[in-house]
Design a protein around this ligand. Structure first.
Ligand code: ZN
Ligand code: ZN
Length: 423
């Protein structure tokens, strides 16, 4: 960054501070924030001429400026443009394409964090939302609940976060804290729970605000697109795996974003993984073997051993009786998706023998703490397909038809082009 641009970026940053000055704002490291703004500055092609030497009093180290900024007229215009608006992809109605909009950057309310989104995962749940398969969506809505970003500003009463710190926002966005489920440590079942990208605007945007209590502090490494899938595929997959108890022989149906992460966790725990994909999907089967599956085949095939548990990540109800048929006595079938097609009837004998069938709903913050601790100790290998924000529809289309292995992720600074695999 040239010193002129640097000054300019800092000035824009401080202008933003002016915008957010009513919030309890922390800026210990404005240069880090300036780095965050840099892509925006180059994107809108700000001219740096005329701004050198416009260093203002409040640029002094440690100054918590409360004075309104008085930038030059051009900067004020550009600054206003940048400070107040962001790009976002919005769902107006189920069954329609997401629409690119420019809307106001939200200001963080009490207890909230304003986050500059670096990357946001594209989850199958987003597809269910877009396809109208989830009840009572709040519309219009910005989808996306696998958010990785940087703290930009803090609302009142948010302890423990620093400006520019990396933060993750998951599906569970708010719970009541006093219903019988919340009190029993089962906040994932809270009757009034609200979810990111469904009832709370999500991460298909340059900025978002989130309730700080439900956010996770994330490490600096790896790159944001590799962290994003952990926020839902990883977390829900981890909860599903926990529901499998101490199952040694684990069947995994649907080898997408969640399965590719959770296979690695299961292998580390010394379990055997048997991957069951769409019949004939040789690519997914090879992918599963590469990640440590002992066997991979079609969901119409019989795995070489009886299963102690089966995790179903694909939204196909027909997989439930199929999985039950391969289950040993006392085994469990865990359905991990939020939506599934109807389950065909099956003979009671397939359930007999204390086999059980259950679903996994949402996540608790405890799941997140445990899972991210595990990831910190030994990072998971994530296979991601990167798209630009404007390509969200394309990412959803490709997820729908299973066009790639692993997870799709929107990166806010990615150039618009074809989706690419990030190593
Ligand atoms: Zn509750
Ligand atoms: Zn999800």
């Amino acid at each position: 960054m040239s010193s002129e641009t640097e000054l300019l970026v800092r000035e824009i940053y401080l202008y933003r501070v002016g915008v957010f000055r009513k919030t309890a704002f922390e800026f210990n490291d404005d240069l880090v924030i300036a780095d965050l703004l840099y892509p925006e500055v180059t994107r809108i092609g700000l001219k740096t001429a005329g701004f050198a030497g416009t260093r203002r009093r409040c640029l002094d180290q440690g100054c918590h400026c409360n004075t309104p900024m008085t930038p030059s007229r051009t900067l004020r215009r550009k600054g206003r443009e940048m400070s107040h608006t962001m790009r976002a992809m919005v769902l107006d109605r189920p069954g329609t394409r997401l629409r690119l909009v420019h809307r106001a950057v939200p200001a963080p309310g009490a207890g909230q964090i304003l986050i500059a989104v670096e990357a946001c995962g594209v989850c199958r749940t987003d597809l269910h939302l877009v396809d109208g398969e989830l009840p009572d969506p709040v519309l219009p809505m910005i989808p996306g609940h696998e958010i990785v970003g940087r703290v930009v500003a803090l609302g009142a009463g948010v302890p423990g976060w620093q400006a520019s710190q990396r933060v993750g926002v998951p599906w569970l966005g708010w719970t009541c804290g006093h219903c019988r489920f919340c009190r029993a440590g089962r906040e994932n079942l809270c009757e009034q729970a609200r979810f990111t990208g469904y009832q709370i605007p999500g991460g298909y945007a340059q900025y978002t605000v989130a309730d700080a209590r439900y956010c996770f502090a994330l490490p600096e490494e790896p790159a944001p697109e590799h962290l994003a899938p952990l926020l839902c595929a990883g977390l829900i997959g981890y909860r599903a795996l926990r529901m499998a108890g101490d199952a040694q022989r684990l069947g995994v149906y649907g080898f997408g974003a969640a399965a590719h992460l959770i296979t690695q966790v299961a292998r580390r725990q010394g379990r055997e993984v048997f991957a069951l994909t769409r019949p004939g999907d040789a690519e997914s089967q090879a992918f599963a073997r590469r990640l440590g599956a002992a066997w991979a085949g079609g969901s119409d095939e019989t795995p070489p051993e009886t299963l102690d548990a089966a995790l179903i990540f694909a939204p196909a109800g027909a997989l439930v009786p199929a999985a039950l048929r391969h289950l040993d006595r006392g085994g469990c079938v865990v359905c991990a998706g939020i939506h599934m097609s109807d389950i065909p009837s099956f003979p009671y004998a397939w359930l007999w023998g204390e086999r059980s069938l259950r679903s996994v709903a949402n996540l608790t913050r405890r799941d997140g703490d445990e899972f991210f601790e595990l990831v910190r100790q030994a990072p998971l290998q994530t296979e991601v397909h990167v798209f630009a924000l404007e390509q969200a529809n394309e990412a959803l289309d490709q997820l729908r038809c299973g066009a790639f292995q692993g997870a799709a992720v929107l990166r806010m600074d990615a150039p618009v082009g074809r989706g690419r695999v990030s190593p």
